[in-house]
Design a protein around this ligand. Structure first.
Ligand code: FUL
Length: 746
């Protein structure tokens, strides 16, 4: 164990050495772009990378941590994710739109910036643009006098929220799209948005385009768009087909465990940079290769670079499965616990979270979304309210004058500890005033001097031996960890590898409120089912309610598994030491409408809500990942339903999904056969597929057979897989999937 005395001795000894090194290795921030000259050694490149720093705009943006998206438009009313090439915009008619409610919801959730989709791919402008008739002024909304961009910008300003715009470069409706004239059209639209609505903090250019190989091809004049933005809104960051902010590479809300903000650049010439006083691009790309790659910035990657840029990650995700509101997804809103998990894996992995919350057809954020956001904010506030190390003492093996270990505890993320110049490691010990119990840890580098740490680990001790706590590679702006609670008197942070002398700006340990979880074999069941409750904290107690009410400390205490015989909503809460409450959780359990036997094995990744998914009365929406669809890869599906007694049957129906982009196709046919004894099946009816195999829209298709004068006890359903994926599909020749939900007999 290293004692404080030995620490001090080490510090004193190192001081002289440090002063000497400071002279030899004086480093200075290089700005957010630097060219590598041919012949530079890997060591020189790595040291350059360590000194690439964010621009002022990038830094201010990073500190926002949580930003929000509003997807609201034509798709909200047509129940789609991507619009169609038509000009029918008369459906757009929110009846109770209240931008102040959106802003309030965001503010309460701790979201600092609201990016409004001003124009999505369908081309409908949410402001009365002079340059097209595809605008809100030609919809019934406010009898054509509406201007949503104004309403939102004003509401944001009033509430002190930053405002941003998403303007889709791809426009499936604009006549000029595909010609140079579109560049002017696009600049005109940008000019309207950037001059008429006050300050804009972020401009979001989507890279998506669904024109396909035979569609229109637009050569975007990106540089002219960027120059225009810099001129009209010099304080706006440009994301994600833009120079300031990069797409993290997924839409899951989860960033990389090693998330570098310094990446190889495309530009090779410093004059390019001068052109926009920022980074430049080749066809809207700022880094070579794919942003979806696992490794974007390790030594292996950057030592081959011809330039380096500061290009931080923005992690975009929707609170619902879709980006736009769909009523069928009201019960699929991410739970508070899921949102907190996303926060830890976006903000806590050196990213900025961009959380989409799509208003509904009324023009209001739905109650379920508000409840989830409130729960998320409650958990985050409760977790981070008290840094249990704020009154601790910090010592380092070595430190520079003015950059002492104590700065990691001063609550200021711009003061920091660093060892001697160009020293690539170091150890800090944080001694707590008294032993503390915690389950969350936070580290921050001071990115104003660059991102440097490549490997670190933390240990803890409660007087005895050091035990490992967490370890990682990058830290960057912020790194967060959660783990089962530990009690410690000291925490030791060791920087194992760094590109040059590492910095540590903040250290925090926290105790999150307890969280309850509901565990079962699936949310649909046959005769009866068993539900278990669990919590992540040893000391916490669990309470539950089965009557739809929100449980509290006076509800039934949980002592053993709960048995359900009928459809029931189980609600639970965990209450920790000192009455500290978790966020209540609830799950609806649905009893199957019929007994049935599934003869085909489903794919483990798509179990729906468990074995009884196909007969639980809950229907899958147009999203194969909604947790309701059961997926079967490369095979036919067979099931036998038992109605319990011979009954009259009027309709037989089996719903299947087609999503050609995911290799999911409708069955070629569905055959129904009837039986009274479950052994001899006859009276077969075959319903063939009538939806074209090349229908690119997502379709839910019921294979329905109506009957007259028919009675039976057993119904056998056989769905025939249509075979391999067609040559034109994304996975030609691969086995196609069947997605089923559900079988209905009436
Ligand atoms: C994607 C778009 O195609 C989606 O509709 C959504 O706008 C998302 C944020 O970006 O590329």
């Amino acid at each position: 164990m290293i004692t404080f005395t030995r620490f001090r001795m080490a510090c004193a000894g190192a001081a002289v050495l440090l002063m000497m090194q400071a002279v030899a290795f004086a480093q200075k921030p290089l700005g957010n772009f630097v060219v590598i000259t041919p012949g530079e050694s890997p060591e020189e490149i790595i040291r350059k990378a360590a000194n690439v720093t964010p621009s002022r705009l990038q830094y201010e943006w990073q500190k926002l941590e949580v930003t929000g998206f509003i997807h609201f438009g034509k798709n909200t009313f047509t129940n789609r994710e991507w619009g169609t090439r038509d000009s029918t915009i008369h459906q757009f008619n929110p009846t109770a739109l209240d931008a102040a409610q959106w802003v309030r919801t965001f503010k309460d959730a701790g979201i600092k910036l609201m990016i409004l989709v001003a124009k999505h791919h369908d081309g409908l402008c949410m402001w009365p643009s002079k340059y097209t008739t595809m605008t809100i002024a030609h919809t019934p909304y406010k009898n054509g006098t509406g201007d949503l961009v104004k309403e939102v910008a004003d509401a944001c300003r009033k509430a002190g929220l930053k405002f941003g715009v998403y303007l889709s470069p791809w426009d499936m409706n604009e006549q000029t799209y595909g010609s140079d004239a579109y560049n002017e059209h696009f600049r005109n639209q940008l000019t309207e948005l950037l001059t008429n609505y006050g300050d804009v903090a972020e401009v979001w250019f989507d890279g998506a385009c669904g024109e396909g190989p035979n569609g229109k091809k637009q050569v975007y004049d990106w540089n002219s768009y960027y120059a225009l933005i810099r001129r009209l809104q010099p304080n706006a960051v440009i994301a994600v087909t833009g120079p300031d902010v990069r797409w993290v590479g997924t839409e899951s809300g989860y960033g990389r465990k090693s998330e570098w903000s310094v990446l190889p650049g495309v530009a090779t010439n410093a004059d390019d940079i001068a052109a926009h006083s920022q980074q430049t691009n080749v066809n809207g790309a700022f880094v070579p290769g794919s942003l979806m790659d696992e490794d974007l910035g390790s030594r292996k990657i950057i030592t081959k670079a011809s330039s380096l840029i500061w290009y931080p990650a923005e992690t975009d995700v929707s609170i619902r499965p879709g980006w736009f509101y769909h009523e069928a997804e009201d019960d699929l809103v991410a739970t508070p616990a899921k949102l907190v998990d996303i926060y830890f894996n976006s903000v806590g992995l050196n990213g900025v979270l961009l959380l989409n919350v799509p208003p509904d057809k009324r023009g209001l954020i739905h109650e379920n979304d508000i409840a989830s956001l409130r729960g998320m904010r409650y958990i985050l506030d409760e977790t981070f309210r008290t840094n249990l190390a704020s009154d601790a003492a910090a010592r380092a093996t070595e430190e520079q004058k003015g950059r002492e270990a104590k700065h990691i505890l001063d609550g200021d993320s711009e003061t920091y500890w660093t060892p001697g110049e160009a020293r690539t490691g170091g150890t800090l010990e944080v001694r707590l005033k008294r032993p503390r119990t915690f389950n969350t840890l936070m580290l921050q580098e001071n990115i104003l001097v660059g991102q440097r740490v490549e490997k670190f680990h933390c240990d803890y001790s409660n007087g005895g031996a050091w035990k490992p706590l967490v370890e990682g590679t990058t830290i960057g702006y912020k790194r967060l960890f959660r783990f089962p609670e530990v009690t410690a008197a000291s925490v030791r942070i060791t920087i194992d590898e760094s590109r040059t002398n590492p910095t540590l700006a903040s250290f925090g340990i926290y105790m999150a409120p307890p969280q309850a979880s509901i565990e079962s074999a699936g949310s649909s069941f046959g005769g009866s089912t068993e539900v278990r409750l669990a919590t992540d904290q040893k000391q916490a107690k669990l309470y539950y309610a089965l009557d739809g009410r929100t449980p509290n400390a006076r509800s039934t205490p949980y002592t053993r598994p709960i048995r359900l015989e009928r459809s029931t909503t189980v609600a639970a809460i965990a209450i920790g030491a000192g009455g500290r409450k978790g966020v209540p959780v609830r799950t609806r359990f649905n009893k199957a409408r019929y007994a049935y036997e599934l003869k085909t094995e489903h794919n483990k990744a798509y179990p729906g809500s468990g074995m009884y998914t196909l007969v639980d009365g809950v229907l899958g929406a147009k999203n194969f990942k909604d947790g309701r669809w059961m997926g079967f890869d490369g095979r036919d599906v067979e099931a036998v339903i038992d109605l319990g007694a011979v009954k009259e049957i009027h309709t037989l129906s089996a719903r299947f999904l087609q999503d050609v982009g995911a290799g999911i196709f409708l069955p070629a046919s569905v055959e129904y056969a009837l039986s009274d004894d479950g052994a001899a099946f006859g009276r077969a009816h075959v319903v063939t597929n009538t939806v074209p195999v090349d229908e690119k829209e997502i379709v839910v298709h019921p294979f329905t057979q109506t009957m007259t004068n028919t009675a039976a006890r057993y119904v056998r359903v056989r769905a025939k897989n249509m075979g391999a994926c067609p040559a034109w599909s994304i996975s030609p020749g691969a086995p196609s999937w069947l997605f089923a939900d559900e079988f209905i007999i009436e």
